[in-house]
Design a binder for this molecule. Structure first.
Ligand code: ADP
Ligand code: ASP
Ligand code: MG
Length: 457
């Protein structure tokens, strides 16, 4: 059996939904299909929630637009005689959505739990429509309610999938008598029974969980581009799809901004050694990118990607040199405050430690560090910490870098010739990823400079 995931743009037009139906018809094996919300609907739901919390009544207009969007979609896709009860399902969902938004509006507060409930409506409605469409055009179709099957546990205010319980639920509920089974992406339930989600972009992860639980032969991620490209095609016009990358390379790229695949997706398929292919719903004949344990040895560097909205923190002072325990205290402080560190650099002079973090954590991190080292700061052995904002990380990814000399040199020369200043560099001993910190304003130019010098020279 195989699992196919279709992203938001793939479930938003008659053309692509017909493509989905035809793609499913080509296969004789059992298939589970995981769909996202209609394109942009999760953003609209988020906006409605934020408006309601801010006391802005125009959240109601967004609800009306969302409802109309789904009704129009049903009108285009489904014959008249089959529409009424499907529209009722949409209407019931919108009525529940409005109730939650109204509560938020009166409370003037958006809790994490309420946010999860609100964004869940996107996948609930899109999958109800796709399920109906496939029942009409593809024969008997099963349904797995991911909101009851995928179970999460809260750790440090974040939802993590409880894989053993989830896998058991999937196995217990999957009925192999259905050739096609629809399972909504993104939505889940906490161990305590309230609605949760797998995070933005999480439908890819949902599909990987179904694939791993059922030992699928293949996971297909159908999106709006023909695979993993040498760089984000929206930022680098000359980027082209890669035929083959390894799980490790896909993980590095997705961790560092390649939105085409949601990073947590990789682990479940890697563990079960399930091949994954990234394909284009708009051009189903394209080959796409195959992701397996093997890499393409002919290309030491596979791709470049960027992660924006990054802050840099320099922790420095004479008190760092030769003193044990300082780094431990620094990292513990950040961990206690739920600050995720993306890059750590320290030169052997030990005069400073540079930390690269998400910009949204910068104020919290600086406050925590200055409180923790208050005594040393007053003594003058550690400098008061400040965050520098508006940075980006540029990642250069490829398993072949460990066997090839001169690649980083070539990258630095190219950036230097283009007058792009490098603010920090990090490479770990696996040598799959070289991360370069540049000013955010230089990020797209730097990406194009590197891409041109490695792939278009
Ligand atoms: P979906 O809605 O199908 O999940 P996403 O918008 O999440 O699609 O991901 C696809 C997008 O990822 C592409 O349209 C592209 O702009 C972006 N992207 C970023 N980096 C890359 C890359 N290296 N290769 C391909 N696409 C990328
Ligand atoms: N609809 C969700 C989002 O936009 C999940 C997904 O599309 O993967 O983030
Ligand atoms: Mg996505």
């Amino acid at each position: 059996m195989k699992v196919l995931k279709f992203g938001g743009t793939s479930v938003s037009s008659v053309e692509t939904v017909n493509n989905i139906s035809n793609i499913l018809k080509k296969s004789t094996e059992n298939q589970i299909i995981v769909c996202s919300a209609l394109s942009k609907v999760t953003n609209m739901l988020t906006e409605a929630a934020e408006k309601a919390a801010a006391g802005d009544i125009s959240y109601k207009e967004i609800c009306t637009q969302i409802e109309k969007r789904h009704y129009d979609f049903i009108d285009e896709l489904i014959e008249k005689s089959q529409q009424a009860d499907l529209k009722d399902i949409i209407h019931t969902n919108i009525a529940s959505l409005e109730k939650v938004l109204e509560a938020i509006f009166f409370l003037n507060e958006l809790s994490t739990r309420a946010y999860y409930i609100i964004v869940s409506f996107g996948e609930k409605m899109s999958n109800a429509i796709i399920y109906r469409f496939l029942k009409i055009h593809n024969g008997s179709v099963g349904y797995l309610d991911s909101s009851q099957i995928i179970i999460t546990r809260t750790v440090n205010d974040k939802e993590h999938v409880n894989r053993s319980v989830t896998y058991k639920n999937i196995k217990d509920n999957y009925d192999p008598n259905f050739k096609i089974t629809v399972a909504p992406g993104f939505i889940s339930k906490s161990e305590n029974g309230y609605a949760t989600t797998l995070g933005r972009g999480g439908s890819d992860y949902t599909a990987a969980l179904y694939a791993a639980a059922l030992d699928a032969e293949l996971l297909e991620i159908w999106t709006d581009v023909s695979g993993i490209y040498t760089s984000d095609p929206r930022k680098v016009k000359s980027a082209s799809p890669l035929p083959k990358v390894s799980y490790k390379e896909a993980l590095e790229l997705s961790n560092f901004g390649a939105k085409v695949i949601y990073a947590p997706t990789i682990q479940p398929v890697l563990e079960k050694n399930i091949p994954m292919v990234i394909l284009n719903t708009f051009r189903p004949e394209d080959k796409g990118t195959l992701v397996t344990v093997e890499t393409d040895d002919t290309k030491p560097i596979k791709a470049f990607s960027t992660m924006d909205d990054i802050a840099m923190i320099t922790f420095s002072g004479t008190g760092l040199v030769g003193t044990t325990g300082i780094a431990g205290r620094l990292f513990n402080t950040l961990s206690r405050n739920n600050v995720n560190i993306i890059i750590i650099c320290q030169a052997s002079s030990e005069m400073s430690i540079c930390l690269v973090i998400d910009a949204k954590d910068a104020n919290k991190a600086v406050k925590a560090i200055n409180e923790e080292f208050d005594f040393e700061i007053r003594k003058g052995t550690i400098d008061k910490t400040e965050a520098q904002m508006e940075y980006s990380i540029l990642a250069m990814v490829g398993e072949g870098m460990k066997n090839a000399a001169g690649l980083t040199g070539k990258a630095f020369t190219a950036l230097g010739s283009a007058n792009i200043n490098i603010h920090a560099i990090a490479q770990d001993s696996t040598e799959i990823n070289v991360s370069i910190v540049v000013k955010k304003e230089d990020s797209v130019k730097a990406l194009n400079v590197l891409h041109d010098s490695f792939f278009n020279a």
